[in-house]
Design a protein around this ligand. Sequence first.
Ligand SMILES: [Zn+2]
Ligand SMILES: [Zn+2]
Length: 327
Amino acid sequence: MMRAMQLARPGEPLRMIERPIPMPGPGELLVEISACGVCRTDLHIADGELRGPLPIVPGHEIVGRVAALGADVEGFSRGDRVGVPWLGQTCGRCLYCQTARENLCDDPLFTGFTRDGGFASHVVADARYCFPVPDRFGDAEAAPLLCAGLIGYRSLRLAGAGDAIGLYGFGAAAHILAQVAIWQGRRVHGFTRPGDVAAQDFARGLGCAWAGGSDEAPPEPLDAAIIFAPVGDLVPIALRHVRKGGRVVCGGIHMSDIPAFPYADLWGERSLLSVANLTRDDGREFLHVAAQARVSTQIVEFPLAEANLALDRLRAGAIEGAAVLRP
Ligand SMILES: [Zn+2]
Ligand SMILES: [Zn+2]
Protein backbone atom coordinates (compact mmCIF):
# COMPACT_ATOMS: atom_id res chain seq x y z
CA MET A 1 0.00 0.00 0.00
CA MET A 2 1.03 3.64 -0.56
CA ARG A 3 0.09 6.72 1.40
CA ALA A 4 -0.82 10.11 -0.01
CA MET A 5 -2.21 13.45 1.15
CA GLN A 6 -5.14 14.09 -1.19
CA LEU A 7 -7.19 17.21 -1.95
CA ALA A 8 -10.90 16.42 -2.42
CA ARG A 9 -12.28 19.97 -2.49
CA PRO A 10 -10.59 23.39 -2.58
CA GLY A 11 -10.49 25.09 0.77
CA GLU A 12 -10.64 21.80 2.68
CA PRO A 13 -7.60 20.23 4.37
CA LEU A 14 -5.73 17.49 2.52
CA ARG A 15 -6.58 14.03 3.88
CA MET A 16 -4.33 11.01 4.23
CA ILE A 17 -5.41 8.13 2.03
CA GLU A 18 -4.03 4.64 1.47
CA ARG A 19 -4.30 2.72 -1.77
CA PRO A 20 -2.45 -0.02 -3.63
CA ILE A 21 0.92 0.98 -5.07
CA PRO A 22 0.31 1.61 -8.80
CA MET A 23 2.10 -0.28 -11.56
CA PRO A 24 4.07 1.88 -13.99
CA GLY A 25 2.68 1.76 -17.53
CA PRO A 26 4.76 1.86 -20.72
CA GLY A 27 7.36 4.63 -20.54
CA GLU A 28 6.67 5.29 -16.85
CA LEU A 29 8.65 5.04 -13.64
CA LEU A 30 7.34 4.10 -10.23
CA VAL A 31 9.22 6.36 -7.82
CA GLU A 32 9.56 5.72 -4.09
CA ILE A 33 9.53 9.28 -2.77
CA SER A 34 12.03 10.46 -0.19
CA ALA A 35 11.22 14.19 -0.29
CA CYS A 36 8.73 16.55 -1.93
CA GLY A 37 8.93 20.32 -1.77
CA VAL A 38 5.89 22.47 -1.05
CA CYS A 39 5.45 25.16 -3.69
CA ARG A 40 3.18 28.20 -3.71
CA THR A 41 1.38 26.57 -6.65
CA ASP A 42 0.31 23.75 -4.30
CA LEU A 43 -1.21 26.43 -2.11
CA HIS A 44 -3.07 27.98 -5.08
CA ILE A 45 -4.45 24.50 -5.92
CA ALA A 46 -5.44 23.76 -2.30
CA ASP A 47 -7.11 27.17 -1.98
CA GLY A 48 -8.96 26.84 -5.33
CA GLU A 49 -7.21 29.76 -7.05
CA LEU A 50 -6.14 27.20 -9.67
CA ARG A 51 -8.83 24.70 -10.67
CA GLY A 52 -7.99 21.26 -12.03
CA PRO A 53 -9.42 17.75 -11.79
CA LEU A 54 -10.23 16.51 -8.28
CA PRO A 55 -9.41 14.63 -6.19
CA ILE A 56 -5.70 15.23 -6.68
CA VAL A 57 -2.49 14.55 -4.79
CA PRO A 58 -0.49 17.82 -4.99
CA GLY A 59 3.31 18.12 -5.05
CA HIS A 60 5.67 18.64 -7.99
CA GLU A 61 9.13 18.97 -6.43
CA ILE A 62 9.74 15.25 -6.03
CA VAL A 63 12.99 13.46 -5.24
CA GLY A 64 13.01 9.69 -4.92
CA ARG A 65 14.35 6.44 -6.25
CA VAL A 66 13.16 4.30 -9.13
CA ALA A 67 11.31 1.34 -7.60
CA ALA A 68 9.99 -0.17 -10.85
CA LEU A 69 10.10 0.56 -14.57
CA GLY A 70 7.35 0.14 -17.15
CA ALA A 71 8.04 -1.21 -20.61
CA ASP A 72 10.23 0.78 -22.99
CA VAL A 73 11.83 3.09 -20.42
CA GLU A 74 15.23 4.36 -21.49
CA GLY A 75 17.94 6.00 -19.41
CA PHE A 76 16.92 4.88 -15.91
CA SER A 77 17.49 1.76 -13.82
CA ARG A 78 16.02 0.49 -10.58
CA GLY A 79 17.48 2.40 -7.62
CA ASP A 80 18.43 5.51 -9.62
CA ARG A 81 17.74 8.79 -7.89
CA VAL A 82 15.32 10.93 -9.92
CA GLY A 83 13.64 14.29 -9.73
CA VAL A 84 10.05 14.67 -10.94
CA PRO A 85 9.10 18.25 -11.88
CA TRP A 86 5.88 20.15 -12.63
CA LEU A 87 5.94 19.41 -16.36
CA GLY A 88 4.64 15.84 -16.39
CA GLN A 89 4.01 15.30 -20.08
CA THR A 90 3.56 17.23 -23.34
CA CYS A 91 1.79 16.30 -26.57
CA GLY A 92 4.79 16.59 -28.92
CA ARG A 93 2.50 17.68 -31.76
CA CYS A 94 1.24 21.20 -31.09
CA LEU A 95 2.79 24.41 -32.42
CA TYR A 96 4.63 24.97 -29.14
CA CYS A 97 6.03 21.46 -28.79
CA GLN A 98 7.30 21.63 -32.36
CA THR A 99 9.06 24.96 -31.86
CA ALA A 100 11.07 24.15 -28.69
CA ARG A 101 8.48 25.76 -26.40
CA GLU A 102 7.06 22.65 -24.78
CA ASN A 103 6.48 24.71 -21.61
CA LEU A 104 3.53 26.26 -23.49
CA CYS A 105 2.11 22.91 -24.77
CA ASP A 106 -1.62 22.97 -25.60
CA ASP A 107 -2.24 19.52 -24.10
CA PRO A 108 0.13 18.99 -21.18
CA LEU A 109 -0.01 17.05 -17.93
CA PHE A 110 1.22 18.75 -14.79
CA THR A 111 2.48 16.78 -11.81
CA GLY A 112 0.36 17.36 -8.73
CA PHE A 113 -2.25 19.32 -10.71
CA THR A 114 -3.60 17.24 -13.59
CA ARG A 115 -1.89 14.00 -12.55
CA ASP A 116 -1.16 12.81 -9.02
CA GLY A 117 1.99 14.25 -7.49
CA GLY A 118 4.44 13.88 -4.68
CA PHE A 119 2.64 14.51 -1.40
CA ALA A 120 2.83 10.73 -1.11
CA SER A 121 5.07 7.75 -0.51
CA HIS A 122 5.02 6.74 -4.20
CA VAL A 123 4.28 8.36 -7.55
CA VAL A 124 4.17 7.25 -11.17
CA ALA A 125 5.83 9.59 -13.67
CA ASP A 126 6.58 9.69 -17.40
CA ALA A 127 10.29 8.81 -17.51
CA ARG A 128 10.96 11.24 -20.37
CA TYR A 129 10.19 14.19 -18.08
CA CYS A 130 12.24 13.05 -15.07
CA PHE A 131 15.76 14.30 -14.31
CA PRO A 132 18.79 12.76 -12.67
CA VAL A 133 19.58 14.76 -9.50
CA PRO A 134 23.19 15.99 -9.06
CA ASP A 135 25.07 14.07 -6.35
CA ARG A 136 26.04 17.11 -4.33
CA PHE A 137 22.48 17.64 -3.07
CA GLY A 138 20.78 15.56 -0.41
CA ASP A 139 17.24 14.40 -1.17
CA ALA A 140 15.43 17.06 0.86
CA GLU A 141 17.92 19.78 -0.18
CA ALA A 142 17.33 18.92 -3.85
CA ALA A 143 13.51 18.99 -3.72
CA PRO A 144 13.04 22.80 -3.94
CA LEU A 145 15.35 22.88 -6.96
CA LEU A 146 12.70 21.01 -8.98
CA CYS A 147 10.30 23.95 -9.22
CA ALA A 148 11.33 26.96 -7.12
CA GLY A 149 14.83 26.67 -8.55
CA LEU A 150 13.96 25.52 -12.00
CA ILE A 151 11.12 27.86 -12.92
CA GLY A 152 12.95 30.58 -11.03
CA TYR A 153 15.91 29.96 -13.31
CA ARG A 154 13.74 30.29 -16.38
CA SER A 155 12.52 33.61 -14.93
CA LEU A 156 16.11 34.75 -14.41
CA ARG A 157 17.01 33.81 -17.99
CA LEU A 158 14.05 35.77 -19.34
CA ALA A 159 15.00 38.72 -17.13
CA GLY A 160 18.03 39.24 -19.37
CA ALA A 161 21.70 39.76 -18.67
CA GLY A 162 21.53 42.93 -16.53
CA ASP A 163 23.71 43.43 -13.47
CA ALA A 164 21.18 44.79 -10.99
CA ILE A 165 18.36 42.34 -10.32
CA GLY A 166 15.43 42.80 -7.94
CA LEU A 167 13.61 39.80 -6.45
CA TYR A 168 10.13 40.53 -5.06
CA GLY A 169 9.00 37.91 -2.54
CA PHE A 170 11.97 36.33 -0.82
CA GLY A 171 10.84 32.73 -0.40
CA ALA A 172 11.82 29.38 -1.86
CA ALA A 173 12.48 30.57 -5.41
CA ALA A 174 14.25 33.83 -4.55
CA HIS A 175 16.60 32.25 -2.01
CA ILE A 176 17.84 29.86 -4.71
CA LEU A 177 17.90 32.38 -7.55
CA ALA A 178 19.73 34.96 -5.46
CA GLN A 179 22.59 32.48 -5.03
CA VAL A 180 22.70 31.72 -8.76
CA ALA A 181 22.60 35.40 -9.77
CA ILE A 182 25.31 36.35 -7.26
CA TRP A 183 27.45 33.45 -8.55
CA GLN A 184 26.93 34.92 -12.04
CA GLY A 185 28.42 38.18 -10.71
CA ARG A 186 25.23 40.21 -10.43
CA ARG A 187 23.98 42.49 -7.68
CA VAL A 188 20.79 41.17 -6.16
CA HIS A 189 18.26 43.31 -4.32
CA GLY A 190 15.77 41.36 -2.20
CA PHE A 191 12.29 42.73 -1.50
CA THR A 192 10.20 41.23 1.32
CA ARG A 193 6.87 41.98 2.95
CA PRO A 194 7.24 45.41 4.57
CA GLY A 195 8.72 45.03 8.04
CA ASP A 196 9.81 41.40 7.60
CA VAL A 197 13.22 42.00 9.15
CA ALA A 198 13.97 38.27 9.47
CA ALA A 199 13.51 37.70 5.72
CA GLN A 200 15.65 40.77 4.99
CA ASP A 201 18.43 39.43 7.22
CA PHE A 202 18.08 36.08 5.45
CA ALA A 203 18.48 37.79 2.05
CA ARG A 204 21.58 39.71 3.16
CA GLY A 205 23.00 36.54 4.69
CA LEU A 206 22.84 34.90 1.26
CA GLY A 207 24.89 37.73 -0.21
CA CYS A 208 22.24 40.13 -1.49
CA ALA A 209 23.64 43.63 -1.99
CA TRP A 210 20.52 45.13 -0.42
CA ALA A 211 17.32 43.93 1.19
CA GLY A 212 14.24 45.87 2.20
CA GLY A 213 10.45 46.01 2.12
CA SER A 214 8.54 45.96 -1.15
CA ASP A 215 7.40 49.50 -0.26
CA GLU A 216 11.00 50.72 -0.33
CA ALA A 217 13.09 51.91 -3.29
CA PRO A 218 16.25 49.96 -4.11
CA PRO A 219 19.55 51.87 -3.83
CA GLU A 220 20.03 51.80 -7.62
CA PRO A 221 17.77 51.44 -10.68
CA LEU A 222 17.18 47.79 -11.54
CA ASP A 223 18.00 46.21 -14.89
CA ALA A 224 15.29 43.66 -14.22
CA ALA A 225 12.90 42.60 -11.50
CA ILE A 226 11.36 39.18 -10.95
CA ILE A 227 8.13 38.99 -8.97
CA PHE A 228 7.65 35.71 -7.11
CA ALA A 229 5.03 37.00 -4.66
CA PRO A 230 1.45 36.45 -5.94
CA VAL A 231 0.65 40.15 -5.48
CA GLY A 232 -0.44 42.13 -8.54
CA ASP A 233 0.15 45.45 -6.71
CA LEU A 234 3.87 44.75 -7.03
CA VAL A 235 3.82 44.97 -10.85
CA PRO A 236 3.53 48.77 -11.19
CA ILE A 237 5.87 49.18 -8.20
CA ALA A 238 8.54 47.03 -9.85
CA LEU A 239 8.08 48.81 -13.20
CA ARG A 240 8.87 52.13 -11.50
CA HIS A 241 12.16 50.73 -10.22
CA VAL A 242 13.48 49.26 -13.50
CA ARG A 243 15.54 51.45 -15.79
CA LYS A 244 14.74 52.17 -19.47
CA GLY A 245 14.78 48.95 -21.44
CA GLY A 246 14.37 46.95 -18.24
CA ARG A 247 12.14 43.97 -17.72
CA VAL A 248 9.67 42.91 -15.08
CA VAL A 249 9.12 39.14 -15.04
CA CYS A 250 6.17 37.57 -13.21
CA GLY A 251 7.40 34.16 -12.08
CA GLY A 252 4.25 32.71 -10.50
CA ILE A 253 1.29 30.84 -11.97
CA HIS A 254 -1.30 32.97 -10.19
CA MET A 255 -1.36 36.60 -9.08
CA SER A 256 -3.99 38.96 -7.71
CA ASP A 257 -5.22 41.56 -10.22
CA ILE A 258 -2.74 44.16 -11.39
CA PRO A 259 -3.98 47.69 -10.65
CA ALA A 260 -4.11 50.32 -13.40
CA PHE A 261 -0.92 52.35 -13.76
CA PRO A 262 0.25 55.27 -15.92
CA TYR A 263 1.60 54.33 -19.33
CA ALA A 264 4.65 56.44 -18.46
CA ASP A 265 5.77 53.67 -16.10
CA LEU A 266 5.98 51.22 -19.03
CA TRP A 267 7.31 53.78 -21.52
CA GLY A 268 11.02 53.71 -22.31
CA GLU A 269 10.94 50.18 -23.75
CA ARG A 270 10.32 48.59 -20.39
CA SER A 271 8.68 45.22 -20.80
CA LEU A 272 6.44 43.10 -18.65
CA LEU A 273 6.17 39.34 -19.14
CA SER A 274 5.19 36.14 -17.41
CA VAL A 275 7.00 32.83 -17.16
CA ALA A 276 5.01 29.64 -17.60
CA ASN A 277 6.18 26.16 -16.63
CA LEU A 278 9.49 24.73 -17.79
CA THR A 279 11.08 22.90 -20.67
CA ARG A 280 13.21 19.81 -20.13
CA ASP A 281 16.18 21.81 -21.41
CA ASP A 282 15.57 24.34 -18.62
CA GLY A 283 15.66 21.49 -16.11
CA ARG A 284 18.89 19.93 -17.31
CA GLU A 285 20.60 23.33 -17.61
CA PHE A 286 19.46 24.55 -14.22
CA LEU A 287 20.42 21.41 -12.29
CA HIS A 288 23.90 21.68 -13.83
CA VAL A 289 24.14 25.38 -12.93
CA ALA A 290 22.85 24.78 -9.39
CA ALA A 291 25.61 22.24 -8.77
CA GLN A 292 28.28 24.49 -10.29
CA ALA A 293 27.08 27.49 -8.28
CA ARG A 294 27.08 25.34 -5.14
CA VAL A 295 23.56 26.43 -4.34
CA SER A 296 22.64 25.66 -0.76
CA THR A 297 18.90 25.35 -0.16
CA GLN A 298 17.48 26.24 3.22
CA ILE A 299 14.70 23.82 4.01
CA VAL A 300 12.14 23.29 6.75
CA GLU A 301 11.10 19.62 6.91
CA PHE A 302 7.62 18.31 7.77
CA PRO A 303 6.37 14.72 7.96
CA LEU A 304 3.99 13.90 5.09
CA ALA A 305 1.04 13.76 7.50
CA GLU A 306 1.68 17.43 8.37
CA ALA A 307 1.25 18.69 4.81
CA ASN A 308 -1.61 20.95 5.93
CA LEU A 309 0.61 22.57 8.54
CA ALA A 310 3.30 23.15 5.89
CA LEU A 311 0.70 24.80 3.60
CA ASP A 312 -0.57 26.97 6.48
CA ARG A 313 2.95 28.11 7.33
CA LEU A 314 3.63 28.92 3.68
CA ARG A 315 0.35 30.86 3.40
CA ALA A 316 1.34 32.88 6.47
CA GLY A 317 4.79 33.67 5.06
CA ALA A 318 6.33 31.83 8.01
CA ILE A 319 8.75 29.58 6.09
CA GLU A 320 12.34 30.79 5.72
CA GLY A 321 13.53 29.11 2.52
CA ALA A 322 11.50 26.11 1.36
CA ALA A 323 9.14 23.63 3.04
CA VAL A 324 9.78 19.95 2.26
CA LEU A 325 7.60 16.93 3.09
CA ARG A 326 9.19 13.61 4.08
CA PRO A 327 7.02 10.49 3.71
ZN1 LIG B 1 2.23 20.18 -27.16
ZN1 LIG C 1 6.00 24.92 -8.19
